[in-house]
Design a protein around this ligand. Structure first.
Ligand code: SF4
Length: 484
């Protein structure tokens, strides 16, 4: 800045004797994102009423006491919910592609006095009475990850990025998991693809990555990288960073949202993660953590301590949420989530339209809802903390901005996306049938109507694209192709 500018600034200061609040002061209740849950909140759960802070904050306690059966889950909250709720949960799991896995921390964040409405309960513990039939167009691997998998446990869809599924376990099992084809143990409904954490499987993945010069960016996921041993974090991180083509790696984990205690007390794990981040920095390569919070209630004072611990070590954390009905599908909840994440130095990166996953139709919502919320979140916080709302196009189109469809037939709930940089052709997303009007619900109930509905949406999409192509200076014919 020049000296002139500084002097002009000074003169300005001297002339102004009082501050004018051009904007009215905010209502303090709008700062609720800074009020994080603290104290012994877990003691209200009968199973943890005698557990002290030191024990509850120990990740070994959390892991040892993680609940993996419906019976144990229900006995932990005995007396808090009516008897009928037990049967409802048992019925819910009977129809779920995911098995039970809930940490004591997560269990304690659920309001069991209002269990049916609780946004955390809805994500992890199904109740039979609320389940809806799957959309007729749903498939188990809706993103077709296995089609783009040259080696078991590696998805290479985008030109420069690959997804490395290192193992098939997580610290929690989410009802809405896109990888229910592989993650967790077999359920009544699904026999899983095996992705064990084995070095000989990983060696093939490493070989493939090193043989593909266009690959620069690797997502280390699963399952969940929280479940990798400390030595494995280092082995994978070091091997990838030492490849000349690799410039960026991300460890993907839902762990901070369901067991932040690990970051505070598993010193070996955090030390190795920090080593990998520092090693990357020395090589001028990026190492970040991608996590997955969906609701502001998942963020407590313990979370903030854990995020601070990573932040102090120079580790960048980004968040990817899933838009879910009854969880975060209101403007207020999504804004609060984005503000709270930003407050804890977690960058809100993506909000996904819910994938077409079996057994969770009650959690999916419409593309329209996603667009409406996005419009009201954008501008509320700084641009770099504003998540991009995307639809991960079923059939392997990759992430498309939620409003970038070629056509959205709202009546039948069909949106048509193209993704020329990833794959030519068309990708269809389907809103939940129960959100449509009665006539269109009836059409989806009749299999003979399905192709007509798709054809109508496709005709409109092609017509819109033809109009756009006339106005564009870009050759857009690369988007054309089959419907995936
Ligand atoms: S943590 Fe991620 S991979 Fe694991 S069950 Fe949940 S959504 Fe699926």
């Amino acid at each position: 800045m020049s000296t002139d500018n500084i002097q002009i600034g000074k003169r300005g200061d001297e002339q102004q004797s009082e501050i004018k609040h051009i904007r009215p002061l905010v209502d303090p209740t709008t700062l609720s994102h800074r009020e994080l849950l603290r104290g012994d909140f877990w003691r209200k759960i009968p199973a943890y009423k005698d557990v002290d802070s030191e024990t509850f904050l120990d990740h070994k306690f959390q892991m040892r006491n993680t609940i993996t059966s419906v019976e144990k889950l229900l006995s932990a909250v005995q007396g808090l919910v009516p008897e009928s709720f037990y049967d409802d949960v048992a019925d819910g799991f009977k129809h779920s592609p995911m098995s039970v896995r809930v940490s004591p921390y997560l269990l304690s964040l659920i309001d069991w006095n209002n269990a049916y409405a609780d946004p955390l309960r809805k994500q992890f513990i199904p109740v039979g009475s609320k389940l809806l039939p799957d959309h007729p167009k749903l498939t188990l691997d809706s993103l077709s990850e296995q089609e783009d998998s040259p080696v078991r446990g590696l998805t290479h869809r985008y030109r420069d990025k690959a997804l490395f599924l290192t193992l098939d376990t997580c610290p929690v099992y989410c009802r809405f998991c896109t990888r229910s084809y592989a993650v967790g143990i077999d359920t009544d409904d699904v026999e899983k693809v095996s992705l064990k954490a084995r070095s000989n499987r990983w060696d093939l993945v490493f070989q493939y990555i090193s043989e593909r010069p266009e690959l620069e960016d690797i997502v280390i996921s699963g399952g969940d990288s929280y479940n990798l041993r400390a030595s494995q974090i280092r082995q994978i991180g070091e091997t990838l960073l030492n490849m000349t083509n690799i410039r960026r790696i991300r460890f993907a984990t839902k762990g901070p949202a369901v067991m932040p205690q690990k970051i505070l007390t598993d010193h070996d794990w955090v030390r190795e993660l920090t080593w990998v981040a520092n090693h990357g920095r020395r090589l001028h390569k990026e190492v970040v953590v991608h996590t997955h919070f969906n609701h502001p209630n998942e963020i407590t004072e313990i979370t903030r301590d854990a995020m601070n611990a990573l932040y102090e070590r120079g580790i960048v954390i980004r968040n990817q949420s899933v838009l879910q009905r009854g969880v975060n599908d209101t403007v207020d909840e999504m804004r609060e989530l984005v503000r709270r994440l930003s407050y804890c130095n977690v960058q809100p990166y993506y909000v996904y339209a819910h994938d077409l996953v079996s057994g969770v139709e009650d959690l999916r919502t419409t593309i329209q809802t996603g667009m409406d919320i996005e419009k009201r979140v954008r501008g509320d916080v700084a641009g770099f903390n504003t998540p991009t709302f995307v639809c991960d196009a079923p059939g392997g189109g990759g992430k498309r901005q939620i409003h970038s469809f070629e056509h959205y037939e709202r009546a039948t709930g069909i949106s048509v996306y193209t993704s020329p940089a990833v794959k030519g052709g068309f990708f269809l997303y389907f809103d939940p049938v129960d959100t449509l009007d009665e006539d269109n619900q009836a059409r989806w109930a009749d299999a003979a109507e399905h192709q007509d509905m798709v054809d109508d949406a496709m005709d409109n999409a092609r017509a819109n694209m033809a109009v756009a192509a006339k106005a564009s200076s870009i050759d857009t014919s690369d988007a054309d192709g089959p419907v995936h």
